[in-house]
Design a protein around this ligand. Sequence first.
Ligand code: PMP
Length: 338
Amino acid sequence: MDAHESVLDLIGRTPLVRVRMPDGDAGAAVYAKLEYLSVGGSVKDRIAAHMVRRAEADGLLRPGGTIVEATSGNTGIGLALVAAEQGYRSVVVVSDRVSGEKTATLRALGAEVVIRPAGLPREHPDHPVNTAARLAATTPGAWLADQYDNPANPEAHYLSTGPEIWRQTDGRVTHLVSCIGTGGTISGTGRYLKEASGGSVQVIGADPASSVYGGGDGSPYFIEAAGHFRHPDTLADTWPKSYHQDVVDRVLPVTDRDALLTLRQVAREQGLLVGGSSGTALAAARRVAAEAGPGALVVVILPDSGRQYLSKYFDDTWMLRLGFLDGDPDRSRVADAA
Ligand code: PMP
């Protein structure tokens, strides 16, 4: 039989596909790693499974235990999926900025979802991170996954995403472009590719323009799950432990508008239905490809699917309300239809 015994066998091992760029042959070839084809629908399946394995091995999570996490959704979905398969309870704390599609998916997978208002100061007891820590501390048998500071997060990518890209490109990859949320994806994948290439692979972060990773002021933006507002713990430069700055050569800021118009374009013109952080990464990859020129091979990680954001980025009313379609031909189409 050509079959698998568990959904956990279907995590990762995602394909690479060529993405056409506006510069055509004048720029580098760009290949996208389609993380939405992992079984839980995002790049975060990898860390969910690996963090759980590590916690079990370390005796932090025992049979019948409860997995708790504060997340922008995808890590929670990965954890809920692993929990469902392995018989754990899962409790996921999200902010109300997270799309309805993601919270509905969490509930469908059996997670208990706790929703907190977005934008609360880190000291506030209801901040998602504080809420998750409190729930983990007060629930018997609970384990807090803590993706921001858990070394198993970047390690999952060092052990899977990096080797996959190296193998899939026959070692020809010259540039890696990835968003930075916790930093796990870019740090683990980037570290592996640097080591494998003898240091020659360039690692480039793609960051929402006002996020602090790329030097922004930390003011709010609309792309979910990528970038960082002011680090929760302090106003100083304290990054999550999952983010290894030494691996990242540079960080390119991308405006919400550029990210959103890019992702709507690749959906319509190339059949790639991907999420907001993928739009951010693709917009940065376009710049990297133009700079690097022919002969270079850019791999861009696309973390999740556009299906999780149909009510936001792909909804013309949402886009118009926030002014993102100003000057865009779609705008007149919507106006005509109205
Ligand atoms: N994009 C999406 C859609 C995500 O869910 C995440 C994870 N928060 C990221 C990007 C960023 O990945 P990482 O946390 O590994 O930096």
